[in-house]
Design a protein around this ligand. Structure first.
Ligand SMILES: NC(=O)c1ccc[n+]([C@@H]2O[C@H](COP(=O)([O-])OP(=O)(O)OC[C@H]3O[C@@H](n4cnc5c(N)ncnc54)[C@H](OP(=O)(O)O)[C@@H]3O)[C@@H](O)[C@H]2O)c1
Length: 233
């Protein structure tokens, strides 16, 4: 079983690579930053491969996918962090940048992979429960992630028998949050832990376990699986 994890050098993608490599999958991870790639490969089992590829660059991602053929399973964890903030003050150029960092790179990666995907394989997008939490300050993030989530059921019908699903995480302790200073980040995590019915924020492994299930269970397609500790309830 060959799995490509686009955005596998950090956080959710990295935890997924570690889990699948343990289950004997042939795993290849991507990311843009060579130092992050080196650190990730050093932390993962020796059979995991990696290549620096920018998912926002159409020709790079096309050439990379052609070289991976055939791919059984594709996980797409790419994102930036732009597009958040109260709407009254939201710079729409930042929202556009948010789409350019997540929405389009995810779709571009999927499109580039399609000619090389095994017909009985799967694709898992990583979206965000911000699409459904209705929290002030998240309308832009909801738009980016909601747009991806809306496409999933239709793609599952168009691309059959290839399965396509999304995992929609709540707040997960990953380097995605490093844009916040440590004390603000800790306070934010504590607030979200309090708000979530399970009383904690998530670990990347919480999401990786569900991605692995979606890869393995051949009877699931077109679904958005929320893994948020109940945050969106
Ligand atoms: N953490 C959370 O609380 C949370 C909540 C909801 C949804 N999510 C979503 O979960 C997914 C994974 O996030 P994470 O928290 O694991 O973030 P992360 O730790 O920042 O990891 C993101 C990964 O994607 C790579 N990446 C980003 N843009 C790329 C591009 N254009 N081309 C190639 N690689 C790219 C990064 O490597 P380079 O930087 O080296 O490119 C890194 O490997 C994202 O879609 C995020 O929006 C996260």
């Amino acid at each position: 079983m060959k799995v490509v994890i686009a955005g596998g050098t950090s956080g959710i993608g990295l935890a997924t690579a570690a889990l699948l490599a343990k289950e004997d999958a042939g795993v290849t991870i991507t990311g843009r930053n060579p130092q992050k790639m080196e650190a990730a490969l050093a932390a993962l089992p020796a059979n995991v491969k990696g290549q620096c590829v920018n998912g926002a660059d159409a020709s790079e991602i096309k050439a990379f996918m052609a070289a991976q053929s055939p791919v059984d399973h594709l996980v797409i964890a790419l994102s930036g962090a732009k597009g958040g903030g109260l709407f009254k003050e939201l710079d729409l150029a930042q929202l556009q940048a948010g789409f350019a960092e997540k929405f389009f790179p995810q779709l571009q990666t999927l499109q580039a992979a399609l000619p090389y995907m095994a017909a009985n394989g799967s694709v898992t997008l990583i979206t965000s429960v911000s699409a459904r939490t209705h929290a002030p300050g998240t309308s832009g993030l909801a738009a980016i992630n909601g747009a991806l989530e809306l496409m999933v059921p239709t793609l599952a019908k168009e691309l059959r028998p290839l399965r396509i699903n999304a995992v929609s995480p709540g707040v997960i302790d990953t380097p995605w949050w490093n844009f916040l200073p440590e004390d603000t980040r800790n306070a934010t995590f504590a607030q979200y832990a309090q708000a979530a019915p399970v009383g904690r924020i998530g670990k990347p492994e919480d999401i990786a376990a569900v991605i692995a299930q979606l890869i393995q269970n051949t009877f699931i397609t077109g679904q958005i699986i929320t893994v948020d500790g109940g945050l969106a309830l």
